[in-house]
Write a protein that binds this ligand. Structure first.
Ligand SMILES: [Zn+2]
Length: 326
């Protein structure tokens, strides 16, 4: 009886050994290992376009926002969670634009590194015009703490100045090259070619805006979004229907009345509104002042032409601004 068990065990061990041997042989003799592409996630459609141009198809690129989606109100989906948790690298605009990503990153385990492409850009401040009046009013702490978040602070709309895109290109090229040295040459070549397109865009914008009489270079928008463009090309953002760097802030009747006065006094010619945003309030201001509402692409590319890439986005918007103000 004892002997039988021993013999049984012997055969069992032999069988296990041979299974292992066959298994091991199959593994080592299989197809050669496939080099995995770097998995990169970006947030906005602008970033998706720029990263895609620099990397081509040597990375696996996922863009979280779709064309037409407003990053100021974006809510992440369960699919975003999956995409982010699989990423090796995450490129974000930064300057407070991607508030939606904070909770997502807190809620998952990921080894992905998050890079702000706007690092190195001098951020412009958006001031809440209401805070200028607060000196005359009671300055109690309670009143201060009621102030809405994001009504003033750093302006995230850096993409309205192509010179800022040059900084994005430098940052993206460097980070991709560090994380994927095998494809460094691809990144370098693509980045160099794209830089010359951005330089041409900048020249073209200067030619275009020269058609606008200097006294007409005044911008009123639905929310404060054209500061970087205004600063670079000699315009003044003189007001916004929602005087904040997000579409999600609030405005008061007094602020709207002041904006209407400013538009009349300065003979502003148009109000520029995001093509995908609710323009009810801007519509009221336009009716009150008798000026035109002009749609622009502000916070997203379009799925189809005319603004399906960063370059066409800028050309469309600048043409529209020039036609409205010249
Ligand atoms: Zn915005």
């Amino acid at each position: 009886m004892k002997k039988q068990i021993r013999i049984g065990s012997f055969f069992l061990i032999l069988t296990l050994l041979s299974v292992c041997f066959v298994g091991c042989r199959t593994k080592s003799g299989g197809t050669p290992p496939v080099t995995e592409k770097l998995r990169v996630v970006t947030t906005t459609t602008f970033l998706g376009d720029v990263v895609g141009i620099i990397a081509g198809d040597v990375i696996e690129l996922t863009v979280l926002l779709e064309a037409g989606q407003n990053p100021h109100v974006y809510q992440t989906t369960p699919q975003d969670l999956v995409k982010v948790s699989k990423a090796d690298l995450i490129f974000v605009n930064g300057l407070g634009l991607e508030e939606f990503l904070d909770d997502l990153l807190d809620g998952i385990e990921t080894t992905a590194a998050v890079f702000e492409v706007s690092e190195g850009i001098s951020p412009l401040e958006v001031r809440d015009p209401d805070s200028e009046h607060k000196g005359d009013e009671e300055q109690d702490q309670d009143h201060k703490s009621e102030k809405l978040p994001s009504s003033s602070g750093e302006d995230p709309h850096v993409w309205f100045n192509p010179n800022n895109i040059m900084i994005w290109i430098d940052n993206i090229e460097a980070v991709l090259g560090e994380n994927d040295p095998d494809n460094n040459e691809t990144y370098r070549n693509n980045a160099a070619a794209y830089r010359s397109e951005i330089i041409q865009l900048d020249y073209w914008i200067r030619e275009q805006v020269a058609q606008i009489p200097p006294e007409n270079r005044k911008l009123v928008t639905d929310h404060t979004s054209l500061n970087y463009f205004a600063e670079e090309y000699g315009f003044e953002q003189i007001g916004a229907v929602i005087p904040a760097q997000t579409t999600e802030a609030e405005t008061s009747g007094q602020q709207l009345a002041e904006l209407i006065d400013t538009i009349r006094e300065q003979e502003v010619k148009a109000i520029f509104v995001g093509i995908d945003y609710d323009s009810t309030l801007s519509q009221r201001v336009a009716e009150e002042t008798g000026i035109n509402l002009i749609p622009l692409y502000i916070s997203s590319l379009s799925a189809e032409p005319p603004a399906e890439s960063y370059l066409t986005f800028m050309r469309f918007n600048i043409k529209t601004i020039v036609d409205a103000l010249k």
